[in-house]
Design a protein around this ligand. Structure first.
Ligand code: 9D3
Length: 232
């Protein structure tokens, strides 16, 4: 699967995918990540990507021109032929549909995903209306731009692709909220740390007892921290 990111901060993406599971998936050729600098599709001397909002107000708005030019150059067929259902253009914005594990599973079925990162006060609305297939938010909080959101989406979607996770940590276990529960608490050595003991049951070898303890602990933790998951 290929991820495209359109951004005015291409350097932002030097770091996030160079570690762990995603880095290995990339090296194994299971995913491709292409970072595109929006300024490539500007024509003026100052490589202008933004302008002042019509009607007045604070800050700047990303102009539609370079964004349309970029998408049309990354996917030249898109405007001419009917849209390939295996490819999606997503505008990251606080006004979008809320991202979660089930949206990620939907995206994992695509062959290519193009993520447009907004900045400043926002993006000219014609991008959301006439270019993007959808707007996507990663949560009800205010980011400084779409870059961190894009990195999140790529991380979450990539680990759902066949072969990205090892068998041991397979996507079968990637069931956030699917069984209605958070993960159970985990412990490692030392068995006693600063006077706090790891649960005795986990130190013994009784796998049925351990399974029951974990289920109960997951239920208690979910009820305490995320009661909304139990109601879903
Ligand atoms: C809601 C605040 N806006 C008032 C005019 C200004 C504004 C804040 C932050 C406009 C754009 C942004 C940048 N945010 C994103 O690009 C963004 C985002 C987010 O802020 N929250 C959750 N998900 C996302 S995805 C992209």
């Amino acid at each position: 699967m290929t991820f495209h990111v359109l951004t005015i901060f291409p350097e932002f993406f030097r770091g996030p995918f160079e570690h762990g599971v995603i880095e290995r998936a990339h090296r194994a050729g299971l995913i491709e990540i292409k970072i595109h600098d929006l300024r490539t599709w500007t024509a003026d001397r100052h490589r202008t990507v933004d302008d002042r909002p019509f009607g007045g107000g604070e800050g700047m708005v990303l102009k539609p021109g370079p964004i349309f030019e970029a998408v049309e150059s990354i996917w030249p067929d898109r405007a001419a032929t009917e849209r390939d259902p295996g490819k999606k253009v997503v505008l990251l914005s606080a006004q979008g549909r809320k991202f979660d594990q089930s949206v990620a599973r939907e995206f994992a079925g695509l062959s290519e995903l193009l993520l447009i990162c907004g900045r400043y006060e926002g993006v000219d609305e014609r991008v959301a209306e006439h270019l993007a297939d959808e707007e996507l938010s990663v949560g009800d909080f205010v980011l400084s731009g779409g870059e961190l959101a894009a990195a999140m989406v790529i991380d979450v979607v990539a680990r759902l692709k066949e072969g990205v996770l090892g068998n041991r940590d397979s996507a079968v276990y990637e069931s956030f909220g699917e069984d209605g529960l958070l993960d159970c608490p985990q412990y490692t050595r030392p068995a006693e740390f600063r006077g706090w003991k790891a649960p005795e049951v986990l130190l013994g070898g009784n796998h049925e007892e351990i399974r029951q303890w974990r289920l109960k602990a997951a239920r208690e933790k979910t009820a305490r921290q995320r009661p909304d998951l139990l109601r879903m």
